[in-house]
Design a protein around this ligand. Structure first.
Ligand SMILES: *[C@@H]1O[C@H](CO)[C@@H](O)[C@H](O)[C@H]1NC(C)=O
Length: 127
């Protein structure tokens, strides 16, 4: 597993690519929130062009899982989070989030940033 990560890191050293954390709690328990700096660095890869950072937080059979990866955004999707009833074509539910800054999918707060934006907008409007 670590060899694999190393190879990914070496292969992915390229200029100007977005960097994202790539891990899954299925095979890396440290992928669960909150991730520490060491684990974030160790699991960071450079994405292909047009890919954004994706974080999926979902519950399956009563267990919490987190997947972080580089992913191309579907054309009817946008940066931010959406609530998904089916995740990874299995029955489950959770947040599916895309963000476009380096290692932004390492943050526990990725799932609430959309809500915070709404709140900020509401507060601004209320003034
Ligand atoms: C980060 O977490 C991993 C396990 O998840 C642990 O082995 C490591 O010691 C931690 N590092 C720091 C700096 O806390």
């Amino acid at each position: 597993m670590w060899k694999c990560v190393l190879v990914l890191l070496v292969v992915s050293v390229s200029v100007n690519a977005l960097k994202c954390v790539q891990c899954s709690t299925k095979d890396a328990p440290e992928c669960m929130d909150p991730m520490n700096e060491t684990d974030i660095k160790r699991n960071t890869v450079a994405c292909a062009s047009r890919q954004l950072c994706r974080k999926i937080t979902f519950t399956e059979n009563g267990k919490s899982h987190v997947n972080r990866d580089c992913a191309e955004i579907a054309k009817d999707d946008k940066v931010g989070c959406s609530w998904e009833i089916r995740v990874n074509s299995k029955i489950g539910s959770g947040w599916d989030c895309f963000c476009d800054e380096d290692v932004c999918n390492s943050a526990p707060a990725a799932a609430v940033s959309g809500l915070l934006l709404l709140l900020a907008a509401a507060l601004t409007a209320a003034q």
